[in-house]
Design a protein around this ligand. Structure first.
Ligand SMILES: *Cc1c(COP(=O)(O)O)cnc(C)c1O
Length: 395
């Protein structure tokens, strides 16, 4: 354990390094940037009156997403939570079943499961990917589940475990190769929460396209934004058609009759949001270059500091570097909190990772494996200012 004097010096060193990269405060964690055709496309929506459920930008945005990610189909929706909820529903998740999700994630991952009446079952994360610990998960499933007529059953709750949902933390891809093998060996459907990882690739293939379905988010703090928004990715034509149908009130197409063949959802993305998305995705390559440049600057600065490491993509991945992440060597909550206080006090926005899902009140009673890896990451990881504008020199 470090002495107080030493830890104060350590904290000043870190804050100086951040200021060296981003300049003096105030600096936010992640700001959107509108330097493309946003005004043009939005004006076109207003001038034409097509701001809502009809208009060309929804189709255009979906096509751009499919082209960029390599998914055969992209279906845009109101937000990333809704995208994951519908993806899980289409993956066959039923009420009363369990879904494996990392404990180290944003609450939306668990909520999307709960919105279907299903139960999130929390799994551990590890340090090399910040994603699900695949070795530990395989051991855990071997010991705690059994196969019953082609389904994976939790031996202690007797519930079916239907799906496995990796989340690509701060844009860093999880070990999708091993996760696919685990899904196959244990009869689980793989559905990816790729909300944070637009622009991130695992072995050259875009995240969110490995599972049967994947979900993206375009919330204001994500790599590109539509104000609020999300999308479902899939290569399966029937699922794509059903995703569009379900998210648009399950209306049967007709010249004038209102008829619906199931209980659908009003989750469609409005045209005005899609217009923003069309302009934003044109600038995605530029934003990714800027984020990578910002990473390099942090890396250079933090090379000099022992006891803290800037998180770097592994060799088989290409990360979008959505949120830059500092990992403290010392597993010391007090040190983390002092650092968060000191930087936020001078207007440099830094954030801890999310409280583990198993520690927030809605989910304290959900099933969970032991979570040493996730707990350690919770105590050691800090997100640093990550806006692409910080390295474009036009903040
Ligand atoms: C942003 C995010 C979502 C989706 O959030 P929305 O605000 O509903 O678009 C889902 N999962 C994770 C991990 C996220 O970071």
């Amino acid at each position: 354990m470090m002495s107080t004097v030493n830890s104060n010096a350590f904290i000043s060193q870190i804050i100086d390094a951040i200021i060296e990269v981003v300049g003096p405060g105030p600096v936010s964690l992640h700001e959107p940037r509108f330097d493309g055709n946003e005004w043009l496309y939005l004006k076109e929506c207003l001038d034409s009156n097509y701001v809502s459920s009809v208009g060309k930008y929804v189709d255009q945005f979906e096509q751009s997403l499919a082209n960029y990610t390599g998914a055969k189909y992209a279906i845009s929706v109101v937000n990333g939570t809704a995208a994951l909820q519908i993806a899980l529903k289409l993956a066959g998740v039923n009420s009363g079943e369990e879904v494996l999700v990392p404990a180290l994630t944003f609450v939306a991952t668990a909520n999307a499961v709960s919105h279907l009446g299903a139960i999130p079952h929390f799994v551990d994360s590890e340090e090399s990917s910040l994603g699900i610990d695949v070795l530990k998960l395989r051991e855990y499933l071997n010991a705690n589940t059994e196969e019953q007529s082609g389904l994976c059953v939790n031996k202690s709750t007797n519930r079916v475990i239907r799906a496995l949902v990796p989340m690509h933390t701060f844009g860093h891809p999880s070990d999708l190769e091993q996760l696919l093998l685990i899904a196959k060996d244990f009869n689980l459907v793989l559905v990816e929460d790729a909300a944070e990882s637009l622009g991130s690739f695992f072995k050259g293939k875009h995240t969110g396209t490995f599972g049967l379905l994947g979900s993206l988010s375009f919330n204001g703090n994500k790599t590109i934004t539509t104000g609020g928004g999300g999308a479902i990715l899939t290569n399966n034509e029937a699922l794509a058609r059903r995703a569009k149908h379900l998210t648009t009130t399950a209306k049967i197409s007709h010249k004038w009759e209102f008829d619906h063949d199931e209980i659908g959802y009003n989750y469609r993305m409005p045209n005005i949001n899609a217009a923003l998305g069309c302009a934003q995705i044109e600038k995605l390559p530029e934003k990714l270059i800027a984020k990578r440049e910002l990473f390099k600057r942090y890396k250079e600065e933090f090379k000099r500091i022992s006891g803290a490491l800037i998180f770097e993509e592994s060799s088989n991945c290409q990360s979008n570097y959505w949120l830059q992440t500092l990992l403290l060597e010392d597993d010391n909550l007090r040190l983390r909190d002092s650092l968060l206080d000191a930087s936020n006090d001078i207007g440099i926005m830094t954030r801890p990772v999310w409280k583990l899902m198993s520690n927030i009140s809605p989910y304290v009673n959900s099933p969970a494996m032991s979570l040493e890896g996730a707990n350690s990451l919770y105590r050691r990881a800090i997100n640093l200012p990550s806006s692409p504008a910080l390295s474009l020199g036009t903040r």
